[in-house]
Design a protein around this ligand. Structure first.
Ligand code: ADP
Length: 487
């Protein structure tokens, strides 16, 4: 991998524990990071544990005090530099991301710019952490509301967006004056480590931002939840693990932000522009090979346009190019792991057994490994696993529906409530459906909704809190009410 980089020093293989970079040799334990496309080992990293996590938290606790004392403008300037370094090194950061995660290089680079966008946005917001004045309730009283950083923030993130999932949390945390201890997914820690290196270069003070590389997520998660110096836990991952972390956080009433699983409905009404709907479905379903929490998981198509939509979608899928992320023209990489392939196969087989037809794909790709054919299933019904479970892979199950009421009921029939999408043109229908969907986010006539300027987050068991936008700082701030009397 180093040979592919303009600056090989960006392939960082030491973890940042407080003020100190720690090598695998120093840690005495290591684990390998693999390229999911080739199975090659691309790095061997320190496998850290609870002790190093405590060291990082202690350093963060101290560093946070001074960081919070800086003006918003001072923090902003350092973050701006951090953003600029990410952008200046986009080619190398993209290559590192593609090597450890598998997505095509263009998407890898796209993610770096997307992630950098959060650092930039929150750098700007650092100057706008406004409080409030409230007319006093008694003649001699004056009421002021200020906002203060929560303190040390611990973060646990998944492998599907190794840069952006951290950037979305790190941006607001640093902006408002928090310290940050990150535990990236063991599959994709290199993208996190290079962020720490660039942050250091940009002038982020020592100890303020640590990256703990480890295979022992549960032990580190436990430490994050039980260490009283950690005031907030921010997590992106499965609802299952989110539940564990919330339970563990209960003892200390620790603040949490949870970006959990989704089961996004994608609805195509008969008044939709079908070509636009196909384009949206392609992005929403197959981006990142179906491995995003906002990926369309259930595609509902109104009866009158069902066959036409299926046909057009199959043509679009036929144009996808599966392969190694570094290969020119490749649109889709491998799945992250064998377990991910197993889940995809399980969902397809379950649907087939219950009467679904495979319109295209349906099996592993000739390339072997964890490559899988993009798949479309027709005749899908709500008794099938795909109707309830997030597939997290390249399977588009097409459900047929008749009425608006019927599809709203089906779309909302899930414990999840993250993203939803629909294509329609009738104005009344657009408003009614947008309001009726029990989701944190609704894409109307678009399959791509993520941006740093909008609030990303879910309702129901998809989580709590919002990332990005003017609301994004709130998760990292406490409100303090100051009552001044005797005036
Ligand atoms: P995914 O399917 O996306 O990997 P997970 O929820 O399993 O979703 O994992 C998301 C992150 O949570 C990863 O970094 C993983 O290592 C971590 N993780 C998994 N189990 C636990 C746990 N019990 N406590 C803390 N972190 C965990």
């Amino acid at each position: 991998l180093a040979a592919k980089l303009k600056n090989p020093d960006l392939l960082v293989t030491e973890a940042l524990v407080g003020e100190t970079w720690v090598s695998a040799a120093q840690a005495g334990k290591s684990f390998d990071v693999l390229n999911p496309s080739t199975g090659e080992v691309i790095a061997s990293l320190p496998d850290l544990g609870v002790e190093e996590t405590r060291t990082a938290i202690d350093a963060a606790y101290i560093a946070q005090k001074d960081w919070a004392k800086k003006t918003g403008k001072e923090r902003s300037a350092i973050m701006r530099k951090f953003h600029d370094l990410m952008v200046a090194n986009v080619d190398d950061l993209g290559a590192i991301l593609t090597a450890e995660m598998g997505k095509p290089l263009a998407e890898g680079k796209g993610e770096i710019l997307y992630g950098a966008g959060f650092i930039e946005w929150f750098a700007e917001e650092a100057k706008r952490v406004y409080g409030d004045t409230i007319p006093g309730h008694q003649a001699d009283k004056r009421i002021v509301v200020i906002k203060q950083p929560v303190g040390v923030v611990a973060s646990i993130t998944p492998w599907n967006f190794p840069n952006a999932m951290i950037a979305r949390k790190l941006g607001p945390a640093l902006a408002v004056g928090c310290a940050f201890v990150a535990k990236p997914a063991a599959e994709t820690p290199l993208s996190a480590l290079v962020m720490a290196k660039l942050a250091e270069e940009a002038g982020v003070p020592k100890g303020l931002f640590s990256v703990i590389t480890s295979k022992s997520s549960a032990a580190i998660g436990q430490e994050f939840c039980s260490n009283d110096k950690v005031r907030k836990l921010t997590f992106t991952g499965s609802t299952e693990v989110g539940r564990i972390l919330m339970r563990q956080s209960a003892d200390q009433i620790k603040k949490t932000s949870m970006e959990l699983g989704g089961n996004a409905p994608f609805i195509v009404f008969d008044d939709a522009d079908l070509d636009a709907a196909v384009e949206g479905a392609m992005i929403s379903k197959y981006r990142n090979n179906g491995q995003t929490c906002v990926c369309a998981n259930r595609i509902y198509v109104q009866a009158g346009v069902y066959d036409a939509f299926a046909e057009k979608l199959a043509i679009a899928v036929g144009k996808m190019k599966i392969g190694d992320g570094f290969e020119e023209g490749v649109t889709t990489g491998p799945l992250i792991s064998d377990a991910a392939v197993d889940k995809v196969i399980e969902h397809i087989e379950d649907a087939k057994t219950k009467g679904a037809k495979v319109l295209t794909g349906g099996t592993r790709h000739d390339l072997g490994g964890t490559f899988f054919q993009p798949t479309i299933l027709t005749g899908v019904t709500r008794d099938m696993q795909v109707a309830h479970d997030e597939t997290f892979g390249p399977v588009a199950p097409l459900f047929k529906f008749d009425t608006v009421e019927d599809v709203i009921e089906q779309a909302n029939d899930t414990i999840f409530g993250l993203a939803s999408y629909f294509y329609a043109n009738d104005l009344t229908r657009v408003w009614r459906v947008a309001e009726a969907l029990e989701y944190g986010m609704v894409g109307v006539n678009t399959g791509l909704i993520s941006t740093e300027v909008a609030p990303f987050g879910g309702v129901k068991q998809s989580g709590q809190g919002r990332e990005g936008s003017k609301y994004g700082c709130d998760d990292y701030l406490e409100i303090k009410y100051i009552c001044m009397g005797g005036i």
